[in-house]
Design a protein around this ligand. Structure first.
Ligand code: AMP
Length: 390
């Protein structure tokens, strides 16, 4: 295992996973003079398009992973389901940040919840579920409604079902189709929020302001950020920020961690951790002194962290494949950009599918509500059709 030397500009960063998170990371890294190598099974992946070099191999190809690691100075990731053996092989050759321990803990709902509750962080009541009998018992203990989730490979609500009564048990277990599940008590939240924290090897940490998130069909739809003087009461924001910072310290994070939380009254409950840039933080690219992607870079290179100050209240609206489907092809971007405040980010994905994250819009304004109106109006403007765009 390697200790972490400072990795200065000019060096090469390896990123496991080639999606939009890696793409925006690569943009931030190249801007600061780093070279970027991306590892992803699919050719011409969103990260590969902007990286210096793209390695295409399955995630369990250990030889390819070793060759990839040998050619870089430090490895980070944007995709959580890289097999443990691959990370172990890479870690023998180069530093990996965040550590494989952080990744192993956070990509598995049960390990994540056990870690959080063992360390006194607030989570929804939960039970591990191995068969339908355990599920029935757990439903009667936690009460209804409750939510059954897969322990692994779950994101954007995939592998999740809401249980309204004990009679739903058989159906929910069959649908889960997975040997291990987690049953969670349903939280009647007022809001969903997230806090992103960056932490480097010297233990310096910095958080971004609290993001307020709205999900549609379990997928993030809209994020707004007001800053400390507006939006949620400051006592709640502070609670959330302190929680995120404490979790990062406890898990010994080097890199970036997003802590997704539910707000109920004056309480904050942790829903999920993601040890990488997060969709809710995309707004930082335009709205903060330092973006979440640059912060990840600084953290994994053990550079001093950047200022996370919000320049102005801001909003981000996701663009899912449904927008392309509704437009019957490439959406009329000029319509969205008719509002000069609106910024367009596209991920270079050619295959638009329902629910697939293809891009996003951001805007800054005097208030988060005004910024939200700008991005929503711009997105709505894409929905209409005109002959010139056929
Ligand atoms: P997840 O994949 O766990 O982040 O869940 C996706 C979304 O489902 C969350 O953002 C919430 O909107 C909803 N959800 C998940 N778990 C719960 C819960 N225990 N109580 C209420 N809503 C939940």
């Amino acid at each position: 295992m390697y200790s972490t030397p400072v990795v200065l500009p000019g060096k090469t960063i390896g990123i496991l996973g080639g999606g939009q998170l890696g793409r925006m990371f690569a943009i931030a890294a190249r801007r600061m003079g780093y070279r970027v190598h991306a590892f992803d099974p699919t050719r011409d992946c969103p990260t590969g398009q902007v990286a210096d070099h793209e390695v295409n191999a399955p995630y369990d190809d250990l030889d390819a992973a070793r060759r990839f690691a040998s050619a870089v100075d430090v490895v980070t990731f944007e995709f959580e389901n890289v097999p443990s053996q691959t990370l172990a092989a890479i870690e023998k050759l180069r530093p990996v940040h965040p550590s494989p321990f952080v990744l192993d803990t956070t990509r598995h709902r049960l390990r994540e919840k056990d870690f959080l509750s063992a360390n006194g962080f607030p989570v929804a009541p939960y039970r591990s579920i191995r068969d339908v009998e355990e599920l029935r018992r757990a439903i009667s203990e936690l009460g209804t409604p409750c939510v059954l989730k897969t322990a692994e490979f779950g994101y954007d609500g995939k592998g999740q079902s809401r249980i309204e009564s004990i009679d739903d048990a058989d159906d929910a277990w069959r649908k889960l189709n997975c040997p291990l599940g987690v049953l969670e008590g349903f939280i009647r939240f007022d809001r969903e929020i997230s806090v992103i924290v960056g932490r480097n090897a010297r233990g310096e940490s910095r958080t971004f302001d609290v993001f307020e998130n709205v999900h549609v069909n379990h997928i993030l739809d809209l994020t707004t950020v007001s800053g400390p003087g507006a939006g949620l009461p400051w006592s709640l924001q502070e609670k959330a920020i302190v929680l995120a910072r404490d979790i990062a310290r406890k898990i010994d994070l080097i890199g970036l961690l997003c802590v997704e939380m539910f707000v109920t009254g004056s309480d904050v409950i942790v829903n999920e951790l993601a040890p990488r840039p997060h969709n809710s933080g995309h707004v930082t690219f335009d709205a903060c002194v330092t973006s979440q992607f640059e912060q990840q870079l600084r953290a994994v290179c053990d550079l001093p962290l950047g200022d996370t100050t919000l320049l102005r209240p801001a909003a981000m609206a996701n663009l899912l494949g449904d927008v392309w489907i509704a437009a019957d092809g490439e959406p009329a971007w000029d319509r969205a950009l008719a509002d000069p405040r609106v910024k367009l980010h596209l991920y270079g994905k050619s295959d638009a599918k329902p629910g697939r994250k293809m891009g996003h819009l951001t805007a800054l304004a005097d208030t988060a509500a005004a910024a939200r109106d700008h991005v929503l109006a711009a997105r709505n403007a894409l929905a209409g059709s005109s002959e010139s765009h056929k």
